[in-house]
Write a protein that binds this ligand. Structure first.
Ligand code: SUG
Length: 449
């Protein structure tokens, strides 16, 4: 069975607040009007397109936003409406932070290590701590509850809490989840039956010769190593490599903005890794000679074009017939150099990639989130699939139900000033309360407890 993709449903407070330093799109769209409804519908259309390829598609819920418990923990008192009014006046950036719908980018929810690769033969999911950005560092507790509600059977799944985020000389754990992790196999098969190699890409380490000068390196080597250890992986089947520091400074804040791998194929930019030759050689060594590395040269696609088009944030998927498809943002089709690079890779018979599908996820893209950011991959076996909470999977009926739910609850348009509107808080809670019933998640939100 091929891997399953769990996409994040965009939340009702989706907005452009310029919260992510080092994320070029987020910074450049700060203050723009957003459309939560359009964003959520674009996400559902992508899920529908991937499901139509014959793949298993699931969904992860948005988080409760604005997150009042975070504001109360920081000393804001009174009714919910009073708290919102006070924080809007005193600290609008804090209000934007606790209102971000950033949990939609589920590539940052966790790192997934399937049963085929772990010593106890369970699938391990380590929730990402996302400690580098305040608005994302409040995600882990609810992400953990959602994952536990979906991957309930402890004889098959082990959900781990996020790594404790305090930096110390011994263990500096900055963890961004699957966005800095790729699982490769010796064939196109990427599902739970096939043994995999785990490729962890970090931005910084204590002995790194070069680190980014301008923007933060979010993933640390210590965190990647700890995740591999918690997942009970065989160290001989893990490769750790440093991300290119110049790429981070060009806006590549996660590795999945510059490289994507699936099965026996790695599609990457030539400036993805700090030590390009050693990194690719160790991957070839561990995965084996069947590994296909499709590199895109800087004279074909500049780092700037890679960041603007999000070419490498495409989903590289193995289809039921064993060939691969690339689900790319439509921005890639509109950039002639990027489109030519995709065509070149598809035309090369050595590559398993046979087709590209272009999707409009512009609402998410404006915050630096492409198709691959929006999904968490879970390689499963048929038995795993039978053991999970299947209400979190989507088929035509569930997609129709979710579309109707979005149209019922989501606003057409939102401005940063609207985040203080107590009606928005009520609308969001009503929507999420209903969603937990649709997805049979139980009471995962603070307002439900
Ligand atoms: O963490 N953007 C997200 C985008 C995450 C993309 N994920 C992956 N590459 N896997 C981030 O920077 C922007 C929110 C704002 O500015 O309003 C934001 O959080």
């Amino acid at each position: 069975m091929p891997e399953a993709n769990f996409d994040g449903l965009v939340g009702p407070t989706h907005s452009y607040a310029g919260l992510s330093y080092g994320n070029v799109a987020s910074a450049s769209n700060q203050g723009a009007a957003s459309s939560p409804r359009k964003a959520a519908l674009q996400g559902l259309a992508k899920m529908e397109a991937v499901a139509a390829l014959g793949l298993v598609q699931g969904v992860l819920p948005p988080h409760e936003r604005p997150h009042l418990p975070t504001l109360r923990a920081r000393g804001y008192e009174g009714s919910d409406a009073e708290v919102l009014a006070k924080v809007a006046k005193e600290d609008p950036v804090l209000l934007a932070r606790v209102s971000s719908a950033s949990a939609m980018w589920t590539a940052n929810a966790a790192t997934v290590m399937p049963a085929a690769d772990t010593h106890d033969r369970r699938t391990h999911l380590v929730v990402a701590n996302l400690r580098e950005m305040f608005h994302r560092a409040i995600e882990p507790p609810v992400t953990e509850r959602a994952l536990r509600a979906i991957f309930r059977d402890e004889s098959r799944f082990a959900v781990h809490a996020a790594l404790a985020a305090e930096p110390s000389a011994r263990a500096d754990y900055g963890d961004e989840g699957a966005a800095n992790h790729t699982r490769l196999t010796a064939s196109a098969a990427s599902g739970g039956e096939t043994a995999g190699v785990h490729f962890f890409v970090y931005g910084t380490a204590p002995d790194a010769a070069r680190v980014p000068k301008k923007f933060p390196a979010r993933q640390t080597l210590a965190a990647s190593e700890r995740v591999a250890q918690l997942g009970l992986l065989d160290r001989a089947r893990c490769v750790f490599a440093q991300q290119n520091a110049d790429a981070i400074d060009a806006g590549v804040f996660h590795n999945d903005v510059i490289a994507v791998g699936n099965g026996n194929m790695l599609l990457c930019h030539e400036r993805a890794f700090e030590d390009r030759f050693a990194t690719l050689a160790s991957l070839r060594n561990v995965v084996g000679e069947s590994l296909v590395i499709a590199e895109v040269r800087a004279d074909e696609v500049t780092l700037e074009d890679a960041v603007k088009s999000y070419l490498f944030n495409s989903q590289l998927l193995t289809l039921p017939d064993g060939s691969m498809a690339l689900v790319a943002p439509c921005e890639c089709e509109e950039n002639p150099r990027v489109k030519a690079a995709i065509d070149r890779v598809i035309a090369d018979p050595a590559n398993p990639l046979k087709r590209a599908i272009f999707m409009d996820v512009r609402e998410s893209m404006r915050n630096g989130g492409g198709p691959a950011c929006l999904r968490l991959r879970v390689p499963m076996t048929d038995a795993d699939l039978g053991a999970m909470n299947r209400a979190a999977l989507v088929d035509a009926a569930k997609l129709a139900e979710l579309r109707a739910w979005v149209v019922r609850h989501y606003r057409e348009s939102l401005l940063p000033a609207d985040l203080a509107d107590p009606a928005l808080l009520r609308e969001s809670r009503d929507a999420l309360d209903e969603l937990t019933r649709i997805l049979q998640l139980g009471d995962i939100y603070d307002f439900q407890r």
